[in-house]
Design a binder for this molecule. Structure first.
Ligand SMILES: [Zn+2]
Length: 369
């Protein structure tokens, strides 16, 4: 199945860092890019108007969650995810694989698919590659993901089996796909084992997806191990296709992994930290509950241009947290998402200017000051 209306333009490369534009039916995505996660069709505690004001260019939604509630048929009946959640920009859905393997403690895998129990009511469900694609076609995101098997990163035998099954499932996903207004990305697996990662990258690259993702990282392995895997995989994945590192999203990760040739990131971190009263800044994390902020009239960050920092003081945010007011989560989410989106924009400028290496060194040294 051909995909219309999608193309990736590589604009600049500086070392291994890349700047580009991914054209989709719902708009252009400048890369590198960070995608905020809207698990249930909502980026937690921020409105779609606030996301637009933050200039978010891509958001992610989770197939597993939307399939269970409200149901992909219902979303399709109400016009698809863009209409249902009133977000007219690009959306990416995952395949459900990661949640099925991580949330469901009673899953059973066979060659054809996975049977699992709902975390909501314990009811029994089954995902196959074909079913995952059908659900993602009902949801209607611009980018959809191949159904993959996520193994615990250190078990070599299981990773080998899971990787080979992921390859067979990737081909089944390609055959199952019927919509030409969605781009299907393949996923490289292989745990922390260079020879498996290499074999997986070669196989997934050979299937000629419009973009390629790297899965099964940031799941408990060390940063050195993650970087070593990217150094194996990225040179094999085609230069003219997007590279998406799934579920990774600290500022340090973004800078280091863009430097290794990654274009797309997603992570729940900015909104999760906001719910835990933490602000992400270019010089590290701040716990906004801290008593030292009680009379602090400064914004979270004096150089930040987000709504929260332009409008509110540390003292006010701390007060909202103390009073258990919901607005604290919204204000911190806006600031945290801005921090990562802005970091991606600054990296893109630095790559285009041929100054990425210097930018990365300065940024990382400020972060750990
Ligand atoms: Zn801010």
């Amino acid at each position: 199945m051909k995909t219309k209306a999608f193309s990736f333009e590589l604009i600049a490369q500086d070392g291994d860092a890349r700047a580009g534009v991914f054209h989709t039916p719902h708009g252009d995505i400048p890369t590198p890019i960070f995608a905020p996660v809207g698990t249930q069709g909502t980026v937690k505690s921020v409105t779609q108007a606030q996301l637009a004001e933050l200039d978010a260019k891509l958001i992610l939604a989770n197939t597993y969650h939307l399939y269970l509630r409200p149901g992909d048929d219902l979303v399709a009946e109400l016009g698809g995810l863009h209409t249902f959640m009133a977000w007219n920009g690009p959306i990416l859905t995952d395949s459900g694989g990661f949640q099925v393997f991580s949330l469901s403690d009673t899953r059973q895998v066979d060659e054809d698919g996975v049977t699992f129990k709902s975390h909501i009511d314990g009811s029994s469900h089954r995902f196959t590659p074909e079913r995952s694609i059908a659900i993602q076609e009902n949801l209607g995101a611009d980018v959809i993901m191949a159904f993959d098997e996520c193994a615990e990163p250190y078990d070599r035998n299981y990773n080998h089996l899971a990787m080979e099954r992921t390859h067979r499932w990737a081909e089944r996903c390609q055959r199952a796909k019927t919509r030409d207004d969605q781009a299907l990305f393949g996923i490289v697996q292989g745990g922390v084992f260079p020879e498996l990662r290499e074999a997986s990258a070669v196989h997934i690259a050979s299937l000629d997806f419009p973009g390629n993702a790297i899965g099964g990282l940031s799941v408990g392995e060390t940063k050195d191990e993650m970087h070593a895997m990217l150094k194996v995989v990225n040179p094999i994945l085609p230069r003219d296709k997007l590279r998406y590192l799934m579920g990774v999203g600290t500022p340090q990760d973004l800078v280091e992994c863009v430097g290794l040739g990654i274009d797309i990131f997603d992570c729940v971190l900015p909104t999760r930290l906001a719910r835990h009263n933490a602000a992400m800044t270019d010089s590290g994390r701040m716990n906004m509950m801290n008593a030292q902020f009680a009379r602090d009239e400064r914004p979270i960050s004096e150089t930040c241009t987000c709504y929260t920092c332009q409008t509110h003081s540390r003292a006010y945010i701390r007060h909202l947290i103390q009073a258990r007011e919901m607005l604290s989560g919204t204000l911190l989410s806006i600031h945290n998402i801005h921090t990562l989106l802005n970091l991606a924009r600054k990296m893109r400028e630095a790559i285009i200017a041929g100054q990425f290496e210097g930018f990365a060194k300065r940024y990382l040294s400020d972060l750990f000051m």
